[in-house]
Design a protein around this ligand. Structure first.
Ligand code: ADE
Ligand code: ZN
Length: 327
């Protein structure tokens, strides 16, 4: 079976980071905006390292100015996901980029994205849910505003609360207030950790933010006691191997610790993070996992059932996902 047809669950996807380059170029043209430095001569996103990637990401995101832009983006992204067999996705949405942390504006952006997601679900069956996300290097005050947006819209569609951005900025405890607000409103917690920083960052994220999923978390492999803690606490890792290799966290696929983590009993899931930035798709990720580690259909089936179990949606939606995976 071709990996593109295999039904998949994707839990770690940044909506802006999934924007096709041509989509951003056409928005920039419509709005007469400069996108100097965003693309290389072949039209691909261009950056030198992770910190430059964050700058380029924000420059591309600046072309997304209205709820309608985000609706169009949602449609484009979901069409791509569905083409690669994704039946359920959770996407990170930063209130900072969707109305600057203002609750009224955020509601408008969210409404537009949900409408686009509803239409995609009718057209292709793909289900989307949203995870409002703090941009870490924007600091704790902006994080509280994002949390307020998340709390005000928490429900069946807004299912979690997360944090991405520069992992070297501040400490998880700096953001604990925002995460407490979100958790108390019933939102499930995930946060990027252990992508650039080491095991201590993952420990602090579990302890101070009460994260039940970790974005990346791959550097846990450097600390056997932490790996045991992750297994015992049933923490799920949102692993994005292609992203890690593209950004240079690991030199190549063979050096990536996903197999070792899985062998140690860690619940790993597989996602693309920011697919066009890293020249990947869910199909590519599966092909590389098969080629590098010999993962077969049974491995992928177990992987996707595990991801469905770790999804932040309601149990009714989870039952729908599991049915789609069986089909
Ligand atoms: N935002 C988008 N992609 C990210 C990544 N891989 N790490 C941290 N923040 C991000
Ligand atoms: Zn990410």
């Amino acid at each position: 079976m071709s990996f593109s047809k295999l039904k998949k669950v994707e839990l770690h996807l940044h909506l802006e980071g999934a924007a096709p380059p041509a989509f951003i170029r056409s928005l920039a043209k419509e709005k007469n905006m400069s996108i100097d430095g965003v693309f290389d001569e072949n039209g691909a996103y261009s950056y030198t390292d992770f910190w430059d990637f964050l700058k380029v990401y924000e420059a591309a995101t600046a072309c997304l100015k209205t709820p309608e832009d985000y609706a169009r983006l949602t449609s484009a992204v979901l069409e791509n996901c569905a083409e690669h067999g994704v039946v359920y996705a959770e996407t990170f949405l930063a209130p900072d980029f969707c109305g600057g942390g203002d609750v009224v504006a955020w509601r408008e952006y969210l409404h537009a994205m949900q409408e686009a997601a509803d239409k995609a679900e009718k057209d292709s069956g793909i289900i989307l849910r949203g995870i409002p996300t703090v941009v870490r290097h924007f600091g704790p005050d902006a994080a509280k505003k994002s949390a307020k947006c998340a709390v005000e819209t928490a429900g069946d569609w807004v299912v979690g609360f997360g944090m991405g951005g520069d992992e070297k900025f501040g400490t998880p405890s700096d953001f604990a207030y925002a995460f407490d607000m979100a958790r108390e409103a019933g939102l499930k917690i995930t946060s990027h950790a252990g992508e650039w920083s080491g095991p201590e960052e993952i420990r602090a994220t579990i302890q101070d933010l009460k994260a039940v999923r970790i974005g990346h978390g791959v550097r846990a492999i450097e600390d056997a006691a932490l790996v045991r803690e992750i297994v015992e606490k049933d923490i799920v890792l949102e692993v994005c191997p292609g992203s890690n290799v593209a950004l240079g966290v690991y030199a190549d696929w063979a050096s990536h610790p996903i197999q070792k983590l899985r062998d140690a009993g860690v619940k790993v899931t597989v996602s693309t993070d920011d697919p066009p930035f890293f020249h990947t798709t869910m199909t590519d990720e599966y092909e590389m996992l098969s080629r590098t580690f010999g993962w077969d259909d049974d491995t992928f089936r177990a992987l996707n059932i595990g991801a469905a179990e770790a999804a932040f949606c309601t149990d009714a939606t989870r039952a729908q996902i599991l049915k789609k995976l069986e089909a």
